[in-house]
Design a protein around this ligand. Structure first.
Ligand code: PBG
Length: 326
């Protein structure tokens, strides 16, 4: 398919100047490609640092004014909200997930009121920020219950959407949740609310700093291997994605990011659906902690983000979204 031979062909010719490198550039990165995750805490005027994630903070709802203004100014299309729920509000059923006045709901209301539709809001559907055992679903006799969990997740999704969440993002990995949630949204006159399914979510060690950020790390009993995917698998991701598309997913998330570029490409090639990538907390911390020379750090961040674009991602959830200069 590709022909040519040295010395007639010299690929270095097009690399000679910055302008010509720009002309043959196959991929690019802009703020339009990025989604900014925001961690929330109770209280007023609070900005709290997170030990395992340098330069990332938890914000009280009132602080969202400046955080979101900054994101809009940069042209970031969407924020993803994650609550750090107080331990006293957690129980084994994740009851707080259905409280219309919980942290996430208050943040949605705040952003929608102040910024209308200038920026999209995406929220996780899963119980782990709310359960005393740190799991995404209901735990009974050391098992995560699937169908019983769906009942709660469906209500959580409808609640978030009613309040103003634009993109519902189930990250729980229960079977059948997309179909159930789509049906419930439609029934509640929320037909236009989008679903971004974390269809391919691996049981990964790269989530550690995130669990610390939302306060579920110390609580987590066991691991999530009975519902999140085995990182040895690849074809299984196609089965997950095809199910979720049939059930009504508008977009697909692959998570974590960099260790799974092959999966992003495979899903994109097979389904031609918008695929989003999540550069998760462990990847973030690795880059942040590993390289501390400012300039190289900046370039390595871009390099890591472009890899997702090359693999076929439409958009990337990244904690670098509000830190990099593009
Ligand atoms: C939980 C959830 C997790 C992340 C996003 N939503 C962690 C987990 O499944 O334990 C991880 C994000 C990150 O590590 O940055 N439903």
């Amino acid at each position: 398919m590709i022909t040519g031979k040295y010395p007639n062909l010299r690929l270095r010719r097009s690399r000679k100047y910055a302008w010509s490198r720009r002309l043959v550039q196959e991929n690019s990165l802009s703020y339009s490609d990025l989604i900014l995750p925001i961690f929330l805490i109770e209280g007023k005027n609070r900005k709290e640092s997170i030990k395992s994630m340098p330069n990332v903070y938890r914000y009280s709802v009132d602080k969202l004014q400046s955080v979101v203004t900054k994101a809009i100014k940069k042209g970031i299309p969407m924020v993803a909200l994650f609550p750090h729920t107080q331990t006293k509000k957690k129980d084994e059923y994740g009851t707080e997930a259905l409280n219309p006045d919980n942290l996430v709901c208050r943040a949605i209301k705040f952003i929608k009121k102040k910024f209308k539709n200038k920026i999209g809001i995406m929220c996780d559907v899963a119980l782990d920020p709310y359960t005393s055992h740190g799991h995404d679903g209901l735990l009974k006799k050391r098992k995560i219950l699937n169908d019983e969990t769906l009942e709660i997740l469906t209500k959580q999704a409808v609640l978030q959407a009613k309040i103003g969440c634009d993109v519902i993002a189930p990250s729980d990995m229960m079977d059948g949740r997309i179909g159930k949630i789509r049906k419930a949204l439609d029934k509640n006159d929320l037909k236009d609310v989008q679903i971004l399914s974390y269809a391919v979510k691996f049981s990964s060690s790269f989530y550690g700093p995130f669990r610390d950020a939302v306060g579920s790390k110390k609580l987590l009993k066991g691991d999530k291997k009975t519902y999140q995917m085995d990182f040895r698998n690849s074809n299984e991701s196609l089965r997950e994605v095809s199910l979720d598309i049939k059930e009504g997913a508008d977009m697909i998330m692959v998570k974590p990011g960099m260790p799974y570029l092959d999966i992003i490409k495979k899903v994109k090639d097979n389904f031609k659906i918008p695929v989003f990538a999540y550069q998760v907390s462990g990847e973030y911390s690795l880059i942040m902690n590993g390289i501390n020379k400012k300039l190289i750090e900046k370039e390595s961040i871009k390099e890591s983000l472009i890899s997702f674009k090359r693999a076929g991602a439409s958009s990337i959830v990244t904690y670098f979204a509000d830190q990099i200069d593009l």
